[in-house]
Design a protein around this ligand. Structure first.
Ligand SMILES: *Cc1c(COP(=O)(O)O)cnc(C)c1O
Length: 457
């Protein structure tokens, strides 16, 4: 597959260059030149495979010839060695072999090592990058700005990989206690994962990373690479779980229409969903839930897109005022706003609404959602109310559960007044001593720290 820049379509790259360079030389986002479009017979076959094997089959179209079919199967089986259940709010897991009466599910994408959906993309990307760099002896320095979950997933995926150093920049006081513990305890002292606590906001972290890339000398010196969702390698694997899960639902509920609700920030997860739909996944619509950082919701209502500075909320991983992937989404519809708004429907919610709904939903069903998933479920409810007649009879509704509630134990326990037990990976992080470099949000501070860490004299 060839990739092109969304700024200048004639600027092209191979998969390796698109992945390892992150942004096109003209500053544009990379997009694949085309997408496969599978027939219903082909999709049915792929739905009958395991998730990992289906992912390998899809990945075939996006990588290059340096990956054999066997390489891809091994890579995906290794990356995706954890479950991805579709569960009802009662906790019952969907099973296509038994008749179903349910019409509402959570697609729980938080059973990977860092307990958020970012593991799906990070684990594929990490293994693909290491395959491509493989024998070359090249080195790369990954800079990643995080509002909490991306940093953990990327750190975990690249931990111990030769030739790669990862620097995770997170805002002081801007991530949950559990996330901070996870980010600052990866691997051992002297390993290749380095946590940086920036005395500033998430926007400051993102601006620092951008400034580092824009500094040619610095960028060349350390072979900088981005692991944020500007990297096309982060977005493509997010199509795999929409593709496969929608086929499981189709098999259990033939004849029904399928709608997914996605709690969103940078819109990378939605971009993955739209790519899956274009490849032939039986998904009718997407509902997009935002917190008050909602320029995309305004866009869906009016066709006018006005990014703005982000505000801190309860669902901190979605505190994004200028979603990275907006240009990719417009491009997937060829710039046709009517086509886009016929597929995507959005709604946004305040922290008060989110807290109340989390409490009410828990009281009614016993299901505990993280604040992000709560926004997604609220948006699905609003969609159901807006199209009541159709939705109740015709649709299977799937809310994407993006993080384990224990990752946000500080807020979830306060809201539900109930303990949220820590799963083992998090309990383990709490037994370790944090290692973190604290610095001001200035490029010179970052450059100094990179030099001291990477070229110790
Ligand atoms: C990253 C994240 C989101 C937002 O996903 P985008 O791809 O940025 O839209 C939502 N929920 C959680 C828990 C996240 O970590």
């Amino acid at each position: 597959m060839q990739y092109h820049s969304l700024k200048t379509n004639s600027v092209k790259a191979s998969f390796a260059d698109a992945l390892l360079a992150s942004l096109a030389p003209d500053g544009g986002l990379w997009m694949p030149d085309s997408l496969p479009n599978f027939t219903p017979e082909q999709t049915a076959q792929m739905g009958a495979m395991s998730f990992a094997d289906c992912a390998a089959k899809l990945a075939r179209y996006f990588v290059d010839d340096s990956f054999s079919d066997d390489d891809l199967r091994a890579l995906c089986r290794d990356a995706y060695d954890f479950p991805m259940p579709l569960v009802e709010s009662t906790g019952r897991v969907m099973d296509s072999a038994t008749p179903e009466i349910a019409s509402d599910y959570f697609l729980e994408l938080f059973h990977g090592p860092t307990l958020a959906f970012k593991d799906f993309a990070a684990r594929f990307m990490g293994r693909a990058a290491s395959h491509l760099m493989g024998k070359s002896g090249e080195t790369r320095t990954i800079l990643v700005a995080t509002s909490g979950d991306t940093g953990g997933a990327i750190g975990d995926a690249f931990l111990g990989q030769d030739g790669i150093n990862v620097f995770i920049l997170y805002p002081k006081g801007g991530v949950s206690k559990v996330q901070e513990q996870q980010l600052t305890t990866m691997g051992k002292k002297g390993c290749n994962i380095h946590a940086i606590c920036v005395d500033g906001t998430f926007d400051d972290c993102q601006a620092l990373v951008k400034a580092a890339f824009a500094d040619q000398a610095l960028s060349v010196k350390h072979h900088l690479m981005s692991a944020n969702s500007i990297n096309v390698g982060r977005v493509i694997p997010q199509s795999f779980y929409y593709f496969w899960s929608s086929l499981q639902i189709k098999a259990a509920h033939p004849g029904k229409r399928i709608v997914y609700s996605i709690p969103s920030g940078n819109l990378g997860n939605l971009t993955g969903g739209l790519i899956a739909r274009k490849m032939g996944a039986p998904i009718e619509r997407f509902v997009i839930g935002h917190n008050v950082n909602d320029p995309f919701v305004d866009y869906l209502k009016t066709g006018e897109y006005t990014p703005r500075p982000s505000q801190p909320t309860l669902s901190n991983a979605m505190d994004i005022g200028r979603p990275n992937n907006f240009p990719r989404i417009v491009d997937l519809f060829g710039g046709d706003f009517d086509a886009l708004s016929a597929v995507c429907w959005g709604a946004s919610f305040t922290d008060d609404e989110t807290e109340r709904y989390m409490r009410r939903y828990h009281a009614r069903t016993g299901y505990v959602m993280c604040p992000h998933t709560t926004v997604g479920q609220l948006a699905m409810d609003a969609f159901g109310n807006a199209f009541a007649d159709d939705v109740e009879t015709d649709f299977i509704k799937v809310t994407v559960a993006t993080a384990h509630p224990a990752k946000f134990a500080d807020s979830v326990e306060r809201i539900l007044r109930e303990d949220v037990p820590l799963p083992e990976p998090l309990a383990k992080a709490f037994r370790k001593k944090p290692r973190v470099h604290v610095m001001t949000p200035e490029l010179s501070s970052l450059a100094d720290y990179l030099s001291v860490t990477l070229d110790p004299k």
